[in-house]
Write a protein that binds this ligand. Structure first.
Ligand SMILES: [Zn+2]
Length: 425
């Protein structure tokens, strides 16, 4: 069978892509806490086993959140070709974030309407995983007798950092050479874009300290909230302008994310938020802020941290009574694959062939599991490519376009053929 016939076959399997997406959405794999991971993984494993895959289930014992009630179950399926060759791996995360408010339809029914499948995870990223699976199945059925191996994994906990999913597997060699050569993660980055990496992340908590006193005589105490105001003022006038001026060579989308950014996740000082009745008159002796700093591949984590610490240290020197504590909460290094590497160039070429327009090479504003494949698995040839629309991820009435899923399945099939037949990885 020729490759054109494979593409026609994928078109003919549109209903199958839709049905598989619906099936996946109907498992409410909400994370946290990690609902329905096991039945969802077993559903995929059973399907792939019927197609001749060797299927393994890997529970991330001891990973954050793993328990008998909420086991972190991953599924990895591998199918060897007729002769030796490289391995192309498609990885999708099974978990979804909570639904949140504002839905106008059932988030776990898999409703199809106006050429779209709706539901939590439709776009991020069960639609992409379904497209990858049907693409691989069409290749297997085509009789093309491809060399090498095809792998598909359904992994968990991506939304909470991936430690019970791709990180756990990568630590045990599942995402390393020689087992795997090329990885495509069908995250929702839009059907005509090839995503080669993402920015770094640093979360930290800053606490300013004061001295409690009666609220009618605040001059007898020292307000931690006013000290935090001084921090915020420095952020506004020094840090934010500095971040905005720092541009990356990484092609991050959307444009606003092509610079360093920082979100103030929360600020809280003084009287606890949950009290009944009226508050008591007190000067705040503590104020805490959580920051979410996204940094560029050109920046080092240590300098990102030092920049904030420097502001706090200068305040401690210049502002009477200023005392603070800073605590690192979490960090992720930026990652970027070679845009001319095998998987990025094969996928970009496939986008051109299927859609008739040039693929955009982009980086993601937020992180996803590529970091673990790169840092832990030491496998650089990894990208994200998938059918969902990035802006819809985590929103109410999330959907994925049926035409986009079919197109992306064709792109993934073409890219896989190219990668498997170009010789050893
Ligand atoms: Zn995702």
């Amino acid at each position: 069978m020729k490759i054109e016939n494979v593409l026609r076959e994928i078109e003919a399997r549109e209903d199958e892509i839709v049905a598989l997406t619906q099936d996946l959405i109907r498992f409410p794999t909400i994370n946290p806490p990690g609902e329905a991971y096991q039945p969802c993984a077993e559903f995929l494993g059973a399907r792939l086993k019927r197609r001749g895959f060797e299927v393994e289930y890997v529970r991330a014992e001891g990973a954050p959140g793993d328990s008998d009630k909420y086991p972190r179950i991953n599924v990895v399926a591998r199918r060897e070709g007729k002769r030796p060759g490289p391995c192309v791996h498609f990885n999708g995360h099974l978990d979804v974030v909570q639904t949140g408010a504002g839905w106008t339809l059932d988030p776990f029914a898999g409703i199809v309407k106006d050429g779209k499948v709706y539901g939590r995870g439709a776009c991020d990223m069960k639609g992409g995983l379904a497209a990858a699976i049907v693409a691989v199945e069409a290749l297997i059925d085509s009789g093309l007798e491809l060399p090498g191996a095809l792998e598909i994994s359904g992994t968990v906990d991506e939304e909470s950092g991936g430690y019970g999913g791709v990180a756990y597997l990568a630590e045990r060699g599942w995402f390393s050479n020689p087992r795997v050569d090329h990885v495509i993660i069908p995250e929702p980055l839009n059907v005509d874009r090839v995503c080669i990496g993402h920015r770094g992340v640093w979360w930290a908590e800053i606490e300013t300290l004061g001295r409690i006193a009666h609220g009618s005589m605040p001059f007898l105490g020292d307000s931690a909230i006013r000290h935090m105001t001084a921090v915020l003022e420095k952020f506004e006038h020094e840090l934010y302008p500095a971040l905005a001026a720092r541009h990356s060579d990484m092609p991050v989308v959307p444009d606003g994310a092509r610079q360093s950014t920082m979100n103030i996740n929360s600020v809280h000082g003084g009287e606890a938020e949950s009290f009944e009745g009226l508050p008591a008159p007190c000067v705040a002796d503590s104020c805490r802020m959580v920051i979410d700093r996204r940094f560029l591949i050109e920046e080092a984590l240590s300098s990102v941290q030092a920049e904030v610490k420097d502001i706090l240290d200068r305040l401690a020197r210049d502002r009477p009574g200023f005392r603070y504590k800073m605590r690192d909460l979490f960090s992720v290094q930026p990652t970027m694959a070679d845009r001319n590497g095998p998987v990025a160039s094969a996928t970009a070429q496939a986008v051109q062939d299927v859609l008739g327009r040039e693929a955009k090479i982009v980086c993601s504003p937020g992180t996803y599991d590529q970091k673990h494949v790169d840092r832990i698995g030491k496998l650089k040839d990894c990208i994200a490519y998938g059918p969902g629309v990035l802006d819809l991820a985590h929103r109410p009435d999330e959907w994925v376009g049926i035409n986009d899923m079919v197109d992306s399945a064709k792109v993934m099939a073409l890219a896989a053929v190219n990668l498997l037949t170009r010789g050893p990885g």
